[in-house]
Design a protein around this ligand. Structure first.
Ligand code: CFM
Length: 567
């Protein structure tokens, strides 16, 4: 029995109709708010989308908290500083190795503290009488055991509520121990999502680490890769590719990076940005203070990787480098071609939907496009309007109370270290049509009448699956099993489960093959989605016992209610 035979809905709804279907279940106030976050796309006249606003309580969201964005995402992957979570044990425990930001020790004496989860393990006593004393003890204890170069402290929700001053503790311990100690007010509730934590982390890394080591670069082509976190080894693939081309990466923020590399990051020729959402603040601040320009790149997808390499080549204006880049692209594309062709023949025309974080829902569309697949719907969990509509909308974004809560650093030109020669070069290249500081966002690259959904809820995903029937969904661990129980394969695009890398040409090969396997395995045909069971008149098995119990209780209640009359 197919859905078409049993469902009362038409087989193919338009994006507007699908949106209406999703909104039907909500109370009118919620429907009004959600409607602004669900946009039928038009790449030629990008419509405004509601983004970076609070999730309506009761809706099941995939978002994380501010602490997750700061400690878990942006600064946590720096592997040779000690990360101490000041708070109850759960926050520390759940941010321990779950993101697969991989690291390997290369040189003698390299340190990797990421296997450790360090927390002050706050108890009732600290909640009532304050936790600063315990925090100091924890820092001292960690220092005595590990003798690290730097210690970073993260405030969790209760710390903000009771008012522990983590920054003063950090300053005192810095003086006492003679190493760099700094703290982040990244309480989970501080913003509407982890996005606030990215901004707080950028501020802290910029203030406390970048610029501490002025050793100049001797290599002619040096870059930083910002917003690349080495999930499943992605940064390693990017680094290998750039090395082949003859480009030197000074630091990657923050995939497999050490403290020394970040101290020296301000000496690179250019910042290249992978994940715009999590790190655009750093690029902007480095440009203001040191004069380093930035460009947006994307090393996810073969065609996009080639485009990004060429853009870096164009920036350096060296014929030798450009030729080398073309050689590498030709080699990589040739190696990839047989796999790409084979998978394209099997997957062409299949439909994908992606709901991921703040950048991957955009970048991973390119991998699906590489193999002829179509993206019918996509959305971020916590990105801002500029990540959807492009940075040109920045001046028109209203700053609400939640955003005002996050500190905006005042950054000025560094009189000694500002590179006016870089600024001159930027001006000259811009006049020739080279575009800097630019991100066009997700919607410009999506087709007309696709449905763009910000902070999608589980209810909306269920409707999408039922009514638009994507062949695969790219999403995260929180919704993966809901999707798979409906008979649709879910590609986990955050930590990749056990897979990856997926970046550049080598990673693209992994991705194509995995998507092919996921789409063509027979396992999905054994799963009967709930609506087909409902339509066939059958109960959902996990509802049946509950219904029986409810009916029993109802009967019992009726009987009790009748008793007084009988007596
Ligand atoms: Fe940037 Fe990221 Fe992402 Fe992100 Fe994240 Fe992530 Fe993500 Mo999960 S930094 S916004 S906060 S690309 S952890 S490595 S996969 S939600 S799309």
């Amino acid at each position: 029995m197919t859905t078409e035979e049993t469902s009362c809905e038409p087989a193919e709804l338009t994006a507007d109709q699908l949106k209406e279907e999703m909104l039907k279940a909500y109370p009118s106030k919620t429907a009004k708010k959600r409607a602004k976050q669900m946009i039928v796309n038009d790449p030629d006249a990008i419509p405004e989308i509601g983004a970076n606003s609070r999730t309506v309580p009761g809706l099941i969201t995939q978002r994380g908290c501010t602490y997750a964005g700061c400690r878990g995402v942006v600064i946590g992957p720096i592997h040779d500083i000690l990360h101490i979570t000041h708070g109850p044990i759960g926050c520390g425990y759940y941010s321990w190795l779950t993101r697969r930001n991989m690291v390997k020790a290369v040189n003698e004496g390299d340190t990797n503290y990421l296997q450790y989860a360090m927390s002050t393990d706050m108890m009732e006593e600290q909640i009532v009488f304050g936790g600063e004393k315990k925090l100091k003890q924890a820092i001292q204890e960690a220092y005595d055991i590990f003798k690290p170069k730097a210690i970073s402290i993260y405030a969790t929700c209760p710390v903000g509520l009771i008012g522990d001053d983590v920054h003063t503790v950090a300053r005192e311990m810095k003086e006492l121990l003679g190493i760099n100690v700094f703290a982040f007010s990244c309480e989970g509730y501080r913003g509407v999502s982890q996005s606030a934590g990215h901004h707080i982390a950028n501020n802290g890394v910029f203030k406390h680490i970048v610029g501490l080591d002025d050793t100049p670069q001797t290599h002619p082509y040096t870059i930083n890769v910002l917003g690349e976190y080495n999930i499943g080894g992605d940064a390693w693939e990017i680094d290998t590719l750039l090395r082949k081309c003859g480009i030197h990466v000074v630091s990657t923020l923050s995939g497999d990076v050490n403290y020394e590399q970040i101290k020296n990051a301000h000496t690179a020729h250019i910042n290249t940005i992978m994940c715009h959402r999590s790190i655009n603040y750093m690029a902007e601040m480095m440009e203001k203070k040191y004069g380093i320009p930035w460009i947006k790149v994307n090393f996810i997808g073969a065609d996009q990787s080639a485009k990004s390499l060429r853009k870096i080549g164009a920036f350096f204006e060296s014929k030798e480098l450009k030729d080398r880049i073309e050689e590498v692209i030709a080699q990589e594309m040739a190696a990839l071609k047989p796999i790409r062709d084979r998978v394209t023949a099997r997957c062409k025309g299949k439909k994908a939907a992606l709901f991921v974080g703040g950048s991957r829902a955009h970048h991973y569309q390119d991998l699906f496009k590489d193999i002829g697949m179509e993206v019918i719907s996509a959305g971020y969990e916590f990105a801002h309007r500029d990540d959807y509509e492009g940075r040109s909308v920045l001046p028109s974004i209203k700053v609400d109370a939640d955003s005002r809560n996050i500190e905006e650093l005042t950054v000025e030109e560094d009189p000694q270290r500002f590179r006016s020669d870089f600024v001159e070069k930027k001006k000259r290249l811009e006049a020739e049509g080279f575009s800097f500081s630019d991100y066009h966002g997700m919607m410009t690259e999506m087709k007309k009448n696709t449905l763009v959904i910000d902070d999608i809820s589980h209810h909306e995903i269920e409707k999408l699956i039922k009514l638009w029937k994507p062949d695969i969904i790219g999403s995260g661990i929180k919704d993966k099993f809901v999707i798979e129980k409906m008979g649709i394969p879910c590609k986990q695009l955050h930590s990749y489960d056990y897979g990856g890398p997926y970046s550049v040409f080598t990673g693209a090969a992994n991705f194509y093959e995995e998507v092919d396997r996921m789409l063509h395995t027979k396992v999905w045909s054994f799963v009967v989605p709930p609506w087909q069971k409902e339509a066939a008149g059958a109960e959902r098995p996990y509802y049946a016992p509950r219904k029986e119990k409810r009916e029993k209780e109802n009967t019992a209640w009726k009987k009790t209610a009748e008793i007084p009359e009988e007596v």
